[in-house]
Design a protein around this ligand. Structure first.
Ligand code: PGA
Length: 248
C-alpha cells in the first residue's frame, strides 16, 4: 500500500485527479470506478478544469459508481446519480450512457446487483477505483463486518454513517436518510486493477491509521486494501495526523 501525505485538501485532490487524468490520456476508453461524498468534490472540480482548460477527453470513458441509496430515484437531489451528474458528468464530455450508477429503485434489487457485477466484467473490469472512507473504516457502503468476499448487494447502513450523512451537508435530518443501500462489495473493489483512496479532515484520522498501520480486519473494511497489489492512499495532513510512520 502506497501512502501519500499532502499538506492540504486541494493538494490531495490534485494528486488524485492527476492519477485519473494520466490514465484517461493513456487509455481513452478506460473504465473508472467513482465515489460520492464530500471528499471527492474538489478532485472532480480539478478533472472538470482539466477538461475545460487542457482538453482532457472523456468521450470514450466508462464509469461505474460504488453505491446508491435504496429507494431513491436518480432524480432525487440526494441520490448518488444526481450527485454525479451535478458534480462531474454534466460538466465534462462523457456520454451519459457510459456512466453507470446503481439504480436505487430497481424492481428486483438482488438480480439487479448481480447484473451490475456482470456488466463491470463485460466492459473489461475497473481500471482505477476511487474510494473515500467512513469514520468507521467503511469503503463504499461496506460497513464494519462486511466480508472480504462480498459482492454488489443490499446493505444496511450503520447509525454512524446515517449521522455522518445528515450532519447538514447532505440530508438535514437522520430520519430522512435511507437505512439501506446498494453497494459494490469488498471483492468487487479488490478486483479493480488500481485503487485510490482519498481522505481529508481529522475526523478520518482514526480510520486512516487503522487502514494503513492496523491489522487487516473485517472490522475495518478499508484495511483489506493492504492486500491489494496496487493501492494508493492519498491523505491531507489532518487525516494523516495519527499515523506513526513518516510517509512522503
Ligand atoms: P465523505 O464520505 O467523503 O462524505 O466523508 C466518505 C465515505 O463515507 O466513504
Amino acid at each position: 500500500m502506497k501512502v501519500i501525505v499532502k499538506k492540504t485538501t486541494e493538494q490531495m485532490s490534485r494528486e488524485a485527479a492527476q492519477i485519473f487524468a494520466d490514465l484517461i490520456r493513456q487509455k481513452p476508453n478506460c473504465v473508472l470506478g467513482l465515489a460520492t461524498g464530500g471528499t471527492p468534490v474538489k478532485m472532480y472540480q480539478e478533472l472538470i478544469r482539466m477538461h475545460k482548460e487542457e482538453g482532457l477527453d472523456f468521450s470514450k470513458v466508462i464509469t461505474f459508481n460504488l453505491d446508491e441509496y435504496l429507494g431513491l430515484p436518480g432524480d432525487h437531489d440526494q441520490s448518488y446519480r444526481y450527485f454525479m451528474n451535478d458534480n462531474l458528468f454534466n460538466h465534462i464530455n462523457i456520454k451519459k450512457e457510459n456512466t453507470f450508477v446503481l439504480n436505487g429503485t430497481a424492481k428486483d434489487p438482488k438480480l439487479y446487483c448481480e447484473g451490475y457485477e456482470m456488466l463491470i466484467k463485460a466492459l473489461g473490469g475497473i481500471d482505477i477505483q476511487l474510494l473515500g472512507i467512513g469514520g468507521n473504516g467503511h469503503i463504499a457502503f461496506n460497513e464494519p463486518g462486511s466480508p472480504e468476499n462480498s459482492r454488489t448487494r443490499i446493505v444496511d447502513l450503520t447509525k454512524e454513517t446515517i449521522a455522518a450523512n445528515s450532519d447538514g451537508r447532505f440530508f438535514k435530518d437522520p430520519k430522512d436518510v435511507p437505512t439501506q443501500a446498494l453497494s459494490m462489495g469488498v471483492a468487487t473493489i479488490m478486483e479493480a486493477r488500481k485503487v485510490v483512496l482519498i481522505a481529508n479532515k481529522s475526523s478520518k484520522a482514526d480510520a486512516i491509521v487503522k487502514t494503513v498501520e492496523g491489522r487487516v480486519s473485517v472490522d475495518v473494511p478499508a484495511s483489506f486494501l493492504q492486500k491489494h497489489k496496487d493501492s494508493v492512499v492519498i491523505v491531507d495532513e489532518d487525516a494523516a495526523s495519527k499515523l506513526s510512520k513518516t510517509y512522503a
